[in-house]
Design a protein around this ligand. Structure first.
Ligand code: ADP
Ligand code: MG
Length: 475
């Protein structure tokens, strides 16, 4: 099927986290009650004046820098004029002439390969209200009107559904690492438009692009792209490439296909102009420098460090950097002096297993890194076996008690060499017959002695030390 080269450009919209909306004091929060988070500005009442939310500009500039874009000298906004029931003002406040970032590039990982993705621009705008359609009625919920939105537009530089989804995952991770957005597709916080065309391998001119609008999950992005590549390739194979039109389609989840909505040939003229109600806002180099310093270490950077400096496997490193809180937990364990491999094993198996089972976040998990250290240290000192360490882990989680509570009780492993030597000497003295059989060649009796030691200590004797002492005393 890969006879043709696929060309893909993405437009990714992401709702930002903030207390108030981007141009009003309306609350920016998810609310089950429709029309509860609204201000006169969001409703476009006469005489309203928007005021730009500085936090949103700050976050937009941070993303612009992460994407290695150029930032403008002044921040200002344009009106994009069109009519739709979800747009009470009759225009959307967005950025057209000088977006918060242009001409960027970011490296992403696709499988094990690193590829650069060129960014056309990133701009700050407001979201529209949402429409709920019922049997014979439609209702408008203005809660979403004015919610801050960052729209990121890539160049047509991606070449497969895998690359496109890897890019979206990469961006989602950055939004979350920076705390700029929850970036939760299930809450509709991320929506994507995908542009797809195909071309012969050996030509330079791009093919006719088809836009699939408003896709709300990465799985659907993947399916929509592959469907479009297949559809366009089949038409081209049949000599009907002229039927691939510059048009807007939508993805139909049920059938896994895309469906034509409208032609894009006579594109809408939005009559953009600078919003006169929002004064130009100078972006000082000092402010930019300050924001730059606040950018945290991101997933890919940490992953590379874990692989190169800590010698973790690529798989383990990926699991750890999947969420910022996992990476921070891991780094805290390492900073507490715990061996990296041990820290990685505990985190990726027991800790993540537990929080997934309980369906909680790591922040809600009882065993903080310093409590985990109590267990890990006891195990590395040989005070407890790995099996006991796990038992203590689950007990501590369940009873919400510090692991050290269990370390001093009868749970602890018997590792005291003198004590064990005394006990083993006694056992040897009490079994003269087995000793002489062992010494005359019945070496499998060794396990009999180990069994006796375990029986006497109710399984608590440290097996490694026990075997060492037995070896010595039975020589
Ligand atoms: P429009 O004017 O239709 O909005 P743009 O040129 O601004 O189109 O591009 C919008 C999106 O489409 C961008 O993400 C861009 O990368 C992508 N795009 C442009 N041309 C193509 C093409 N031939 N094939 C695939 N994607 C394309
Ligand atoms: Mg837009």
């Amino acid at each position: 099927m890969n006879k043709y080269k696929a060309v893909i450009g993405l437009e990714m919209h992401c709702e930002l986290k903030s207390n108030s909306k981007v141009f009003s004091s309306g609350r920016n929060s998810y609310n089950e009650i429709p029309n509860d988070n609204i201000s006169p500005v969001d409703m476009a009442f006469p005489g309203i004046l928007p005021v730009v939310n500085k936090k949103c500009v700050h976050d937009a500039l941070m993303m612009s820098m992460i994407l290695n874009c150029k930032q403008p000298e002044y921040m200002y906004f344009d009106r994009k004029n069109y009519y739709y029931p979800d747009l009470p003002k009759g225009y959307q406040i967005t950025q057209n002439t000088e977006p918060v970032g242009v001409d960027g590039e970011i490296t992403i990982e696709v499988g094990e390969k690193l590829i650069p993705v060129k960014i056309h621009d990133i701009h700050l705008e407001e979201d529209a209200a949402s429409l709920d359609h019922y049997y014979d009625t439609s209702c408008i919920d203005y809660n979403r009107a004015g919610v801050p939105l960052l729209e990121l537009v890539t160049e047509p530089c991606l070449h497969s559904a895998e690359e496109a989804v890897a890019f979206l995952e990469h961006m989602r991770s950055i939004y979350k690492y920076c705390g700029i957005s929850e970036a939760d597709t299930k809450k509709g916080q991320i929506r994507c438009d995908v542009n797809v065309s195909i071309m012969d391998e050996d030509v330079t001119e791009l093919g006719t692009k088809v836009e699939v609008k408003n896709i709300n999950s990465f799985g659907n992005v993947f399916d929509a792209i592959n469907y479009e590549i297949k559809r366009q390739s089949e038409l081209k194979d049949q000599g009907r490439y002229d039927e691939v039109e510059q048009e807007t389609r939508r993805f139909d989840e049920e059938s896994g296909t895309t469906i034509r909505m409208r032609s894009k040939v006579d594109a809408l003229d939005y009559k953009y102009f600078v919003d006169p109600n929002l004064p130009k806002y100078k972006i000082t180099p000092e402010w930019l420098a300050e924001i730059k310093r606040e950018i945290p270490a991101l997933a890919l950077e940490r992953k590379q460090k874990y692989i190169n400096e800590y010698n973790l496997s690529s798989y383990d490193a990926s699991v750890i950097v999947k969420e910022k809180e996992y990476a921070e937990y891991f780094e805290e364990l390492v900073n507490l002096g715990i061996d990296v491999k041990t820290a990685s094993n505990w985190l990726t198996t027991q800790v993540l297993g537990e929080i997934n089972r309980e369906n909680i976040s790591l922040a809600e998990f009882y065993l903080t890194p310093s409590l985990m250290k109590q267990i890990i240290d006891a195990q590395s000192r040989g005070t407890i076996s790995s099996k006991q360490a796990k038992e203590i882990f689950y007990k501590a989680v369940e009873e919400k008690k510090e692991p050290k509570t269990y370390l001093n009780s009868d749970n602890a492993q018997l590792s005291d060499r003198d004590e064990l030597t005394k006990l083993i000497t006694e056992i040897i003295n009490n079994n003269p017959e087995q000793v002489s059989q062992y010494k005359s060649g019945k070496t499998n009796l060794f396990d009999y002695f180990v069994g006796q030691v375990m029986k006497n200590t109710r399984g608590k004797a440290n097996p490694v030390i026990t075997k060492e002492i037995l070896n010595d005393l039975l020589k």
